[in-house]
Design a protein around this ligand. Structure first.
Ligand SMILES: *Cc1c(COP(=O)(O)O)cnc(C)c1O
Length: 415
């Protein structure tokens, strides 16, 4: 079940008078309390770390909240490293988990003192040549066939990420010979996963691998990073992941595998994005048109440039009509944007209450991989981002793009 929209109809109209739709609005109080819940679920673990996946919500105001709550940043591009720096996230609170990595990312990560997570064995030499080794180096493990991935990431053996098992052991050996002293291990094979067991299984695989690395190479890892991928209930019939159950389950496996191997103290890291901000961000839009042809279309002032998950993944995003939350859903609509692509639809054949021009629609679970995936195709401009603060006030944390922004990279002078 998506998280209830925290703003009343009259308050929303006040906000819209100041900030016209469409916009994304994030609920600070909910983000903070949810993050505290994640930390609490792993409070048993020595030195639990959450590196928030910046790509989910790449806004420095959001990253500041992460820092204040004790989280770090998981970055996978130069811009994301800069955003973490802007938000005051420092040193090993930052982890660079990148792939096909260009030299400037390694250099920036070194400048920031970040943990570097390598995606391939060949990157050891590339890193050495183009930057230098960090104090703490990690490798991304791709366990291959036999480990179930899921829809978004696919089969591990077909995923471009990570080192194979044999390469992994070799990589630690080479890096140690080159003088690296501190190591971590990373793996992410699932995305938007709602089954708690999947996370416990990933942890088991990682703990076994940590023990193997210790037994075969004598290397004591400092941390295992279980990746992101905790799903959220986009659909009203889905249930959120029980974080406490996951925490407990992973503790059991830790006690079973890590403690008897003498590796107690091994830290657990995660790089959740979606589960941290996803349910607490909403896209608010206004109905511009209703069109009745072969189907009944509701046309919004927002489009897939503001939220592309429905068009890209066929993803369900819950929608409500402000002020009509308790009305009967007795009309069937396609809810569309204005982009010249027929897949620019927020919902297809969706049962909703009768909609009028000017109604405000709330599109749920847009807090992660929402605004972040915005693009300019068809000359569409990205919308503003607002933060609903804990005291109920609203702060604009990114203004809407203007035509000047869109044309800023052109240098066209008519002679
Ligand atoms: C995208 C990504 C994440 C975050 O995934 P969520 O589904 O938002 O939790 C974490 N780590 C890596 C390496 C990623 O690519």
């Amino acid at each position: 079940m998506p998280t209830k929209f925290p703003i009343s109809k009259s308050r929303l109209e006040e906000i819209i008078r100041e900030y016209p739709t469409p916009f994304h609005i994030y609920d600070e109080a909910a983000i903070r309390s949810n993050l505290r819940r994640l930390f609490k679920a792993f409070s048993w673990a020595p030195d639990f770390r959450e590196h928030f996946a910046v790509k989910a919500t790449p806004n420095p105001y959001i990253l500041e909240i992460m820092r204040e709550e004790g989280a770090g940043a998981d970055c996978s591009s130069l811009a994301e490293l800069c955003l973490a720096e802007m938000a005051g996230i420092k040193g090993e609170k930052i982890m660079l988990t990148s792939n096909d990595t260009p030299a400037d990312e390694f250099q920036k990560a070194r400048e920031l003192g970040a943990i570097i997570n390598l995606d391939d064995i060949s990157h050891i030499d590339y890193l050495e040549k183009n930057a230098s080794f960090p104090d703490c180096l990690s490798f991304r493990y791709n366990p291959g066939a036999g480990v179930a991935g899921n829809d978004i990431i696919g089969k591990p053996e077909e995923a471009k990420y990570g080192l194979m098992h044999g390469q992994l052991l070799q990589a630690y050996k080479i890096a140690r010979e080159k003088g690296v002293k501190r190591f971590g291990l990373h793996c992410m094979v699932i995305s938007n996963e709602l089954h708690a067991e999947s996370f416990i299984n990933t942890a088991r695989l990682m703990f076994n691998t940590a023990v193997e690395i210790y037994e075969k190479l004598g290397i004591r890892l400092e941390f295992v990073n279980l990746g992101g991928g905790i799903g959220i209930p986009y659909h009203p019939e889905e249930k959120p992941v029980d974080l406490e159950f996951v925490g407990e389950g992973i503790k059991k496996v830790y006690d079973e595998i890590i403690v008897p191997a003498g590796l107690d103290g091994l830290a657990i890291a995660m790089e959740s994005g979606r589960a941290v901000t996803g349910p607490y961000g909403y896209l608010v839009a206004t109905v511009l048109h209703e069109k009745k042809t072969y189907k009944d279309y509701i046309g919004l002032d927002a489009c897939m440039a503001n939220l592309m998950r429905p068009a890209m993944y066929g993803a369900y995003h819950h929608i409500t009509v402000v002020g009509k939350e308790n009305d009967t859903c007795d009309h069937v609509y396609d809810v569309t944007g204005s982009l010249c692509e027929n897949n620019d639809k927020f919902a297809i054949d969706r049962w909703l209450p009768e909609i009028s021009i000017g109604d405000r629609l709330v599109i749920y679970d847009a807090g992660a991989h929402g605004h972040a995936m915005g693009f300019n195709y068809n000359g569409k401009l990205r919308s503003a981002e607002l933060l609903l603060k804990e005291d109920g006030s609203v702060k604009m944390i990114r203004r809407a793009e203007t035509l000047d922004d869109y044309f800023a990279t052109l240098d066209f002078k008519k002679v």
